[in-house]
Design a protein around this ligand. Structure first.
Ligand SMILES: Cc1cc2nc3c(=O)[nH]c(=O)nc-3n(C[C@H](O)[C@H](O)[C@H](O)COP(=O)(O)OP(=O)(O)OC[C@H]3O[C@@H](n4cnc5c(N)ncnc54)[C@H](O)[C@@H]3O)c2cc1C
Length: 385
């Protein structure tokens, strides 16, 4: 039985505890047999089910009843819970939020009304297109252009590593509009998947399969109304969205780590080694202690970042970076120890810990690699922030 005591921490309100409990029951009943081979079909199904059962209402603001905005603690609890049950379900939920984050935070009423009721119901799939072949960590080096003319904008360039690329109905795309140099000359656009000139150039396969693609924009025309926020605000929009969603990546890592610890506890209690349960070996106990400690420390950082954001602090870059760096790096370590403790069964294809070992790796790279998080923390610390 997973440790649920963290839900009593003061970061949470009763509605969060109810959400975590109800989603855990839903996930146990619905996520037992997700097909990780046909990821396009599985993700479409997962989005539809998460939408039909109401979970995606947390992924974006309600355009009909604008309230306090995205609740980061709910986003984190949902990602942690889904990741503990199934990595693809977590991915399906996460991308509905990340792909529409710019609209939730900066979108016009028309943009919100057009897309959010659909993505929140699981009838439309969204994607976030920031990375390019020559600009990943260095967002300010984006080369894709959006040239303004009388009717709107013409987008030219490439995006790569785009989650949901190939199955999304809409993309939030960042391109250079040239109001200033580097980060000051970027803008954000809402591009429907059927926009002429938007091409799925290549599908990309990874260690843990997810729908991913490289996109080409070839004289892709969008109307003026596709601009999200103001011209030149693109970098700020991207960073504000990442501020909200980086703690949720950390939460997903936490979910994977909890699953690895649960599997380890089962293993060491049920397997005998040298005439006694593995759990009685002190070196095994040392691993279990380090794993439990890493999980609690990660949870504290994740929910500190989420609670701080929900308290109304406009930017939580430092807290989000600490949560992402610590939780993803330590989840990798926790899962590695779980694999080791499972012996040969740990690397058996399809075993729980083997899947977790593949799932966790990319989280230390996307939405800002670990070294980028170190830079953010260092800048805030050196600057006194
Ligand atoms: C599974 C997956 C899903 C993704 N989904 C999306 C998506 O939906 N949308 C999207 O826009 N992008 C997405 N990405 C792209 C992801 O955000 C980038 O891969 C990431 O930002 C790193 O960029 P890069 O791959 O170009 O690596 P690079 O920028 O070349 O960096 C390589 C490595 O260099 C190190 N590094 C970087 N900067 C510094 C520094 N200043 N000092 C020291 N070391 C440094 C880091 O360790 C980094 O891992 C996804 C990537 C993956 C793997």
């Amino acid at each position: 039985m997973p440790d649920r005591s963290f839900l009593d921490w003061p970061f949470f309100e009763e509605r969060h505890r109810v959400l975590a409990r109800d989603l855990d029951s839903w996930a146990a009943a619905n996520l037992g047999s997700v097909d990780h081979h046909n990821v396009d079909a599985s993700c479409r199904q997962l989005v539809a089910r998460l939408g039909a059962d109401g979970w995606l209402t947390h992924s974006a603001i309600d355009p009909l009843a604008p309230g306090p905005g995205l609740d980061v603690r709910s986003l984190c609890l949902i990602r942690e819970t889904l990741a503990r049950h199934d990595g693809l379900a977590d991915f399906a939920f996460a991308m509905q939020g990340l792909g529409t984050g710019a609209i939730s935070l900066f979108g016009s009423e028309a943009q919100r009304m057009r897309w959010l009721p659909e993505t929140r119901a699981g009838r439309a799939i969204s994607a976030f297109a920031l990375t390019e072949p020559k600009s990943g960590s260095d967002v300010a080096a984006i080369e894709m252009t959006a040239a303004a003319d009388a009717d709107g904008f013409v987008l030219d360039g490439e995006k790569t590593w785009i989650s949901n690329g190939g199955i999304a109905d809409m993309y939030t795309v960042f391109a250079r509009t040239g109001e200033g140099p580097g980060a000051k000359g970027l803008s954000a656009f809402l591009v429907p998947a059927d926009a002429p000139g938007l091409i799925i150039a290549e599908r990309l396969e990874t260690l843990a399969p997810h729908p991913l693609a490289q996109l080409a924009f070839q004289r892709c025309r969008v109307p003026k109304a596709a601009l999200i926020g103001a011209p030149g605000q693109g970098f700020r929009i991207a960073m504000s969205v990442l501020d909200v969603f980086r703690p949720t990546v950390a939460a997903a890592a936490l979910g994977f780590a909890r699953r690895a610890l649960d599997a380890t506890l089962e293993r060491v209690k049920s397997r005998d080694l040298f005439g006694a349960p593995m759990a009685s070996l002190q070196m095994v106990q040392g691993h279990v202690a380090d794993m439990a400690l890493a999980i609690d420390a990660s949870a504290l950082l994740v929910y500190r970042a989420a609670w701080t954001k929900d308290s109304g602090v406009p930017r939580v870059s430092r807290e989000a970076a600490m949560a992402k760096l610590f939780a993803t790096d330590h989840a990798q370590d926790v899962i590695d120890r779980a694999v080791q403790i499972h012996g040969g069964d740990g690397v058996r294809k399809g075993s729980v810990v083997e899947q977790l070992y593949r799932e966790i790796r990319a989280l230390r790279i996307y939405e800002g690699a670990s070294d980028v998080q170190r830079l953010i923390i260092a800048r805030a610390t050196l600057g006194g922030g």
